[in-house]
Ligand binder design. Structure first.
Ligand code: NDP
Ligand code: 2IT
Length: 454
C-alpha cells in the first residue's frame, strides 16, 4: 500500500490547484495533468526552500508562449474552409521545444496544454536535450482526400514555419499526423525557407527520417513494460494483453508484444474494439496495419474478414479479462469505472502508450491496488526519444542503422525505468507516477533555477 500524502501536502496541492484553475478556466484536461504531477511534486517542493522562493511549480505550469492562428484551405468542391491551429511552446529550459502535432476535431487549447505540459517531463526523462511543446488543429482528417490533407498541411505551415527551427522548436506527429502529413509539412517548409534541415521529425527515410521512428513509441512502451515486469520477477511470455487503438502506437506495441510471446487479445478504434480470444496473430496484425496505414478503414473490417475475431461496436476493451492493459488510443479512455473492471478481472499491470489515457480516479485506484502502473510520460517516451535521435542524425548529416537506433532506444527506456525506480520508492513498492514526475522534474527545475528570474 503506498503512503498517503500528509495533510500539509494535501492542503498545499488544493491551494495550488485553486490558483491554477482560476488562471486557466475551462481547461479540464490541463487541470487534470497538472493535478497528477503536483500531487507527486508537492512534497519535494515543500522540502526545498529555493524551489518555493523561485516559484518553480508556478513557472513550470505556465507555458512560455502560445501561438494561435487560423488555417484557411480549399476543399475538393472549391469551398473555403477555416480551422484553428496552435503551437504551445511550454518549456525550453533543457533544449529546443519538441513535441508532436495533433489533428483531431477534439483538439482544444486545453488538450494541447496538457500534452505540452506532460511533454516537458517526458522529454527530460529521455536524458536528451529537448524542451516540451505540443501543437495541432481541430481539423478532422477523416474522410478527407489526400489533396485536401495536403492543402491543409501546406496552409498550416505558411504560418507555423516562422515559429519553428532545428534550434528553436521541432514538431513531429501525434494523433492524425503520420508520415503523409509530415511529408506535406516538410515539403512546404523547405519551399518557404529554402532550407533542408531537421525542423520536423518522423520524416520519410528518403528525406532525413530515422530508422525505427515509426515503431519507436510502441516498441518503447513494450520495452518499458518488460523492464517493469522483470523488476518484479515476471515476464511477458504468455501474458494476455488488452491493447486499445490501432494507430501508430498500438500497431507497433502489438507487434512487439507478439514477438515477445505475449497474447494480444484486443485492438480498437473510435468506433469499437475487436477481440480475438485465442490471441491476434501475425496474419491479423498485417491485415490491421494495411487497413489503418494504407486503406484508412474501420477496425470492424477485421471481424468481417476473420471468423475467429469478434467486433464490439461502440465499446472499449477494458471489460475483457487480461493480465496487462496497454491503452494506446487517447486521453481518458480508461474511466474510473473501466479501471475498476480491470482490477476486478485481476489485471497485474497497466502500461500507457497513449498520453494520460486514465482518468485521475482510475490512476488512484491502480495505485491504491498496488498493481504495476506505468504512466504515459515514462512508458511512451520512446517515440520522442527516437525523434531526438533523428535530430542528432540530421545535425551530424548521417544515418544510423535500424539496429543501432533500436539499441539506443532500449537503453533509453531502461534508463527511464531506472529513474522511476530511483525516485518512485514508496514503502516497499515502486510508485511509477511519483518516479516519473520527480525524475522528469529535477533536471528542468535545476536548469530554470540556474537561469535566474527568466
Ligand atoms: P494515430 O492517429 O495513429 O491513432 C490513434 C488511434 O486512437 C486510432 O486507432 C484512433 O481511432 C484512436 N482514437 C483517437 N481518438 C480517439 C477517441 N477520441 N476515442 C477512441 N479512440 C480514439 O495516433 P497515435 O497512435 O500516434 O497516438 C495514440 C496515442 O499515443 C495518443 O495519445 C498520442 O498522444 C500518444 N503518443 C503518440 C506518439 C507518437 O509517436 N505517435 C508518442 C507518444 C504518445 P480512429 O482511427 O477511429 O480515430
Ligand atoms: O506525445 C509524444 O511524445 C509524441 N507525439 C511524439 C513527439 C515527438 O516529438 O516525437
Amino acid at each position: 500500500m503506498p503512503a498517503r500524502p500528509s495533510k500539509a501536502v494535501r492542503s498545499a496541492v488544493d491551494h495550488f490547484m485553486k490558483g491554477l484553475i482560476k488562471r486557466n478556466p475551462g481547461e479540464p484536461e490541463f487541470h487534470q495533468a497538472v493535478q497528477e504531477v503536483v500531487e507527486s511534486l508537492m512534497p519535494v517542493v515543500l522540502d526545498n526552500e529555493r524551489y518555493q522562493q523561485e516559484e518553480i511549480l508556478e513557472r513550470m505550469t505556465e507555458p512560455d508562449r502560445v501561438i494561435m492562428f487560423r488555417v484557411t484551405w480549399e476543399d475538393d468542391e472549391g469551398r473555403f474552409r477555416a480551422n484553428r491551429a496552435w503551437r504551445v511552446q511550454f518549456n525550453n529550459a533543457i533544449g529546443p521545444y519538441k513535441g508532436g502535432l495533433r489533428f483531431h476535431p477534439s483538439v482544444t487549447l486545453s488538450v494541447l496544454k496538457f500534452l505540452g505540459f506532460e511533454q516537458v517531463f517526458k522529454n527530460s526523462l529521455t536524458g536528451l536535450p529537448m524542451g516540451g511543446a505540443k501543437g495541432g488543429s481541430n481539423f478532422n482528417p477523416k474522410g478527407k482526400s489526400d489533396h485536401e490533407v495536403m492543402r491543409f498541411c501546406h496552409s498550416l505551415m505558411i504560418e507555423l514555419h516562422r515559429h519553428i527551427g532545428e534550434d528553436t522548436d521541432v514538431p513531429a506527429g501525434d494523433i492524425g499526423v503520420g508520415a503523409r502529413e509530415i511529408g506535406y509539412l516538410f515539403g512546404q517548409y523547405k519551399r518557404l525557407e529554402n532550407r533542408v534541415t531537421g525542423i520536423l521529425t518522423g520524416k520519410g527515410l528518403s528525406f532525413g527520417g530515422s530508422h525505427v521512428r515509426t515503431e519507436a513509441t510502441g516498441y518503447g512502451c513494450v520495452y518499458f513494460c518488460r523492464q517493469m515486469l522483470e523488476e518484479h520477477g515476471e515476464d511477458l511470455k504468455g501474458k494476455k494483453v488488452a491493447v486499445s487503438g490501432s494507430g501508430n502506437v498500438a500497431l507497433y506495441a502489438a507487434q512487439k508484444l507478439q514477438e515477445f510471446g505475449a497474447r494480444v487479445v484486443t485492438l480498437s478504434d473510435s468506433s469499437g474494439f475487436i477481440h480475438g480470444p485465442k490471441g491476434l496473430t501475425k496474419k491479423h496484425w498485417a491485415f490491421v496495419r494495411d487497413l489503418k496505414e494504407k486503406r484508412r478503414g474501420r477496425i470492424s473490417e477485421a471481424a468481417d474478414k476473420f471468423k475467429e475475431i469478434e467486433y464490439h461496436d461502440g465499446k472499449r476493451p477494458w471489460n475483457v479479462p487480461c493480465d496487462i492493459a496497454m491503452p494506446c488510443a487517447t486521453q481518458n479512455e480508461i474511466s474510473a469505472k473501466d479501471a475498476k473492471a480491470l482490477l476486478k478481472n485481476k489485471v497485474m499491470a497497466v502500461c500507457e502508450g497513449a498520453n494520460m489515457p486514465t482518468e485521475l480516479d482510475g490512476v488512484h485506484a491502480f495505485l491504491d491496488a498496488g498493481i504495476l502502473y506505468a504512466p504515459g510520460k515514462a512508458a511512451n517516451a520512446g517515440g520522442v526519444a527516437v525523434s531526438g535521435l533523428e535530430q542528432s542524425q540530421n545535425a551530424l548529416r548521417l544515418s544510423w542503422s535500424a539496429d543501432e537506433v533500436d539499441e539506443k532506444l532500449q537503453t533509453i527506456m531502461k534508463n527511464i525505468h531506472a529513474q522511476c525506480v530511483e525516485h518512485g520508492k514508496d514503502g516497499d513498492t515502486i510508485n511509477y507516477v511519483k518516479g516519473a514526475n520527480i525524475g522528469g522534474f529535477v533536471r528542468v527545475a535545476e536548469a530554470m533555477s540556474a537561469y535566474g528570474a527568466v
